[in-house]
Structure formats: structure tokens, C-alpha cells
Design a protein around this ligand. Structure first.
Ligand code: ADP
Length: 487
């Protein structure tokens, strides 16, 4: 997903004072609003040494945190939830300043974070309770058999830029709830929201078991080199490097990677609902969502009618640079590199014969790219095979349901998908044939807001333990078996 590092600011004055001609290595990262170019803030670049020192500190404090038990930890997590509620507007300000998002999109992270924190604060005790395997086991006549869930000491969480608060929260909270200490390395493009989250943890006076480190890939690599478990969300290319580094250290990891989510519109679908749902699914957060709709397959008999409705729905989107008042539906892309990827996918498609029915270019302001519909696309085009992560909806005509399934499954990714049909049972039959970690019927994103469901990708979209439900917290635990004589 994010491909560009934050701008490095070298310690030039120090270098000059020392009379050196070589610029000293960068010590800070500048974070800029991609919509306006305004400086949003600076953060230090944590070196391998500072990361190692912070992990040592966390390791020292973790046993007391574990010893509090789920109920003791719940108190702190609920205090953090209150803090998130009390600070929602300020958190949205910070997030907006580092992303250039529309105001409505900037409020999603605080809202999601409040809900997810409450969910895990209240349910962790149940999810982590000891289990006593089947009493039918002959051994259970002489022994008490117990499965215990004990946390890893230090969990490393490495996150991308598309949801600078929600992506950290979705992993940091369950890991803390499990009793682990957490070291978080947010994206260098958008580190400020994560720094705020750590500030919140300090402000409520919670035990020092959560730290943020900032910097680019080298800082992330230092987290991988020191933590006991790695949870990574980001691009497939970086995920592959992290998997290799974790394997070398023999530590477990879980990866949430890219996606190229298909939407299948069957001829019996409510086309108005499908057009609006898919417009939202493709354009929410300017398309910078791992589970964005990135490919649309429409059965031939309704192709033209659906395309007209989708184009009309997309033309309704108001785009611009928002202030605190929500005037627009869509804002900027997170960085210049991202805008160029979107442009390349659109241009490649047009060269290969695709038709733009609306949008198709940059607006001329910051990294803003017009909401775009591409018609008559096929799988020879990069817009149908590579992750775009932008406000484009490529639409392809398919002969029938079987071809739609075949095309949807023709991808290296398998994150989520949607099926649109007037016959919900038919749609479910289609859903069960798709290679995807989640399928929403006549909807988008619904699985993501149902915290009890497993969330995670198939294929190159991810591997390891899933988000959600009991799994979302147990993944941060080692299982321990205890046998105890009954008499
Ligand atoms: P995106 O943000 O687009 O998903 P990446 O996958 O490159 O982009 O980055 C995701 C996160 O991984 C960022 O926080 C980034 O700094 C971090 N990162 C990049 N390279 C490495 C690496 N070799 N080891 C650990 N973390 C890394």
C-alpha cells in the first residue's frame, strides 16, 4: 500500500557546526498534509538501539501487566476508551492533518477505535478463560486437563498509512487485552495519530506497557529484530520481507496484506442498491482501504444499465480539501507516489481500450484524484491485476455467473468480495465459491464492523492468525497445557 517514506530532515545544522561536508544521518521525519503541503508535525527516527532499549523496558514491565489478569486490564482499556471518546475531535484533527482526508473519513478511525476497544475490553476475560478439554478423554478420569492462554511478552505491531489510528488500535488493543506489552511502529507517512494513542495511554496513567517508535523501514526491521510476535499490516512486498525475518528468528507472525476485491453484480440484482453500494465500496477513504472494491464484474444483460447507474452515483461524490466542517465526501490520496500509481493504472487501461465514463485524472490540487469509473476493462490491464488503492472502479462485462466466479478468483489476492443479487441464497452459493477471506452479500465492509467474525486474507492477502473474535486476542497468546492429578 504506502510506497513513499515521510520526508527525512537531516540534522544539517549539527553537521555544519562540526564542519563536516557529509550531511549527518536524518534524525527526524517531517509529516505533511498531502492535500495542502502544510507541515503536520515531525517525529524522531528511532534507531535500532533505541528500539532495542524500549523493548527491554517493555519486557521488564510486562509480567506485572499479565499478573493484573483480564479484569484488571479491562479497567485500563475502558479508561482508554473514555479517553478516545473525549478526544475524538482532536484525534480527527491530527489524523486529517497527516492524511488530507475528508472530515467524514477522518472521523471513522476514532469511531472504530472506540467500538473495538470496548469490544475487547469487555470480552477478553471470556476469550482468555482456561479451557478444560473433553471430559470423555479417558485421561480426564484421573487428571484435570487445562488449556491456559499465556501472552507473548512483547508484541510488535507494524502498521500502514491508510487508517493511521484504527490500524494500530485493531492490533494494539487485543494484544494489551491478552496481557502482552506492545511496541507499535506506525507508517512513516502518517505517524502522528499513533503518537497520540501512546499519549492517551500515558495520560490515563496506565502501566508502561505500550510504546510507539517512529521511522521508516529500518525502524520496523528493528521491531522485527526484538519483539516476540509480529503483527504486520501493509504491502505484500514488505510482508514477504517481514515473514523471512521472523522465520530467521523463529518467532510467530501474522500478516494482513494487499487486496484486489471483486464485486459481482448478477442480472437479478437491485441495480440502484448495487450501484450506490459499489460506489461507496470503491471510493470510501478515496479507495485507500485494503477491502475496497477494486474490480466489478457485471452480467451482460444488465451491464449497460448498471454502468449508467454507477457513473451517476460516482458523479454525485463531492471532492475537495475539507476543513473541520464536513463539506466533502472524498479528500486526498495519502502521498504523491499513490497518486502516480492511480494515474498509471487509469492510463494503462485507456491505452488498452478501456473507456472512462467519469473522472480519470488528477484534480490539480495536492494528491487529489477524481473519482473514476473505467468501463470495458479486462484482465490484461494493470487496473484489474495490481492493487490500485485509489478512487477507481474498473467494470468488466461477464457472460454469466460462472464466468464472474472464474474472473473473481483469477487473482493472487483473496481478501474480501461482494455479491449483489435479488436472490440471497443464490448469492450465498456464489459466495461459497469465491477465494476470499470474507464475502458480503448486497453490502460492502459489513464483515469489518462485526468484530466477532474472523477477518483476514487468503493467498497473498495474508497469512497467520486472523483478526476478530476470540482469535483476535488468543493469537497474542501461547497455549499451555496443564495436567493435574484429580486425587
Ligand atoms: P504500506 O504502508 O503502503 O502498506 P509498506 O508495506 O511498505 O507500505 O509499509 C507498511 C509498514 O511497514 C510501514 O510502517 C513501514 O515503515 C514498515 N516497513 C517497511 N519496510 C519494513 C521492513 N523491512 N521491516 C519492517 N517494517 C517495514
Amino acid at each position: 500500500t504506502a510506497r513513499k517514506t515521510g520526508t527525512r530532515k537531516s540534522a544539517g545544522t549539527a553537521a555544519k557546526a562540526a564542519g563536516k561536508s557529509e550531511p549527518a544521518p536524518a534524525t527526524e521525519l517531517e509529516v505533511r498534509n498531502p492535500a495542502t503541503g502544510a507541515l503536520a508535525g515531525t517525529v524522531p527516527i528511532d534507531t535500532a538501539d533505541t528500539v532495542a532499549a524500549k523493548v527491554r523496558e517493555l519486557r521488564a514491565h510486562q509480567p506485572a501487566w499479565e499478573a493484573l489478569g483480564p479484569d484488571g486490564r479491562k479497567e485500563w482499556l475502558l479508561k482508554l476508551q473514555d479517553w478516545l471518546v473525549d478526544n475524538t475531535d482532536r484525534l480527527a484533527d491530527v489524523l486529517q492533518s497527516e492524511t488530507g482526508k475528508a472530515r467524514v473519513d477522518s472521523l471513522i478511525d476514532p469511531a472504530f477505535s472506540v467500538d473495538l476497544t470496548g469490544y475487547y475490553a469487555r470480552r477478553a476475560a471470556k476469550f482468555l478463560a482456561d479451557e478444560h478439554p473433553s471430559p470423555h478423554s479417558p485421561l480426564a478420569r484421573v487428571k484435570q486437563l487445562t488449556t491456559v492462554f499465556r501472552p507473548y511478552q512483547v508484541v510488535g505491531v507494524i502498521t500502514p498509512w491508510n487508517f493511521p489510528l484504527a490500524m494500530p488500535v485493531i492490533d494494539v488493543i487485543p494484544a494489551l487485552a491478552a496481557g502482552a506489552a506492545v511496541i507499535l511502529k506506525p507508517s512513516e507517512v502518517t505517524p502522528l495519530s499513533a503518537v497520540e494513542l501512546a499519549r492517551g495511554w500515558r495520560e490515563i496513567g496506565a502501566p508502561p506497557v505500550f510504546e510507539v517508535v517512529t521511522g521508516a523501514g529500518e525502524t520496523g526491521a528493528a521491531v522485527v529484530g526484538n519483539a516476540d510476535y509480529i503483527q504486520f499490516t501493509g504491502s505484500t512486498a514488505t510482508g514477504r520481507k517481514i515473514a523471512a525475518a521472523c522465520t530467521e528468528r523463529m518467532i510467530p507472525f501474522s500478516l494482513e496484506l494487499g487486496g484486489k476485491d471483486p464485486a459481482i453484480v448478477l442480472a437479478d440484482a437491485d441495480l440502484d442498491r448495487a450501484a450506490h453500494g459499489i460506489a461507496f465500496g470503491g471510493l470510501f477513504n478515496a479507495g485507500q482501504v485494503c477491502i475496497s472494491v477494486e474490480r466489478v464484474y457485471v452480467e451482460a444483460p444488465v451491464y449497460d444499465e448498471f454502468l449508467a447507474k454507477l457513473t451517476a452515483a460516482v458523479r454525485e461524490i463531492r471532492q475537495g480539501v475539507d476543513g473541520r466542517k464536513p463539506e466533502f465526501d472524498m479528500g486526498a490520496l495519502a502521498n504523491e507516489n499513490q497518486a502516480q500509481i492511480v494515474q498509471r493504472h487509469v492510463e494503462d487501461a485507456v491505452k488498452a481500450g478501456a473507456r472512462i465514463t467519469t473522472g480519470g485524472k488528477r484534480t490539480g490540487v495536492g494528491t487529489l484524484f477524481e473519482p473514476t469509473v473505467l468501463a470495458d476493462v479486462d484482465h490484461t490491464m494493470s487496473c484489474m491485476t495490481e492493487e490500485t488503492f485509489g478512487p477507481t472502479l474498473p467494470v468488466m462485462k461477464v457472460a454469466d455467473e460462472a464466468e464472474a466466479v472464474r474472473m473473481a478468483n483469477d487473482s493472487i489476492y483473496g481478501l474480501s468480495a461482494s455479491v449483489w443479487s435479488g436472490d440471497k441464497d443464490r448469492a450465498e452459493r456464489v459466495a461459497r465459491q469465491l477465494n476470499a477471506g470474507a464475502v458480503n452479500i448486497n453490502d460492502v465492509f459489513a464483515n469489518m464492523f462485526s468484530f466477532a467474525l474472523p477477518m483476514g486474507g487468503w493467498g497473498l492477502s495474508g497469512t497467520g492468525a486472523r483478526w476478530g473474535g476470540a482469535n483476535g486476542v488468543r493469537k497474542y497468546c501461547r497455549q499451555q497445557a496443564i495436567t493435574k492429578p484429580l486425587l
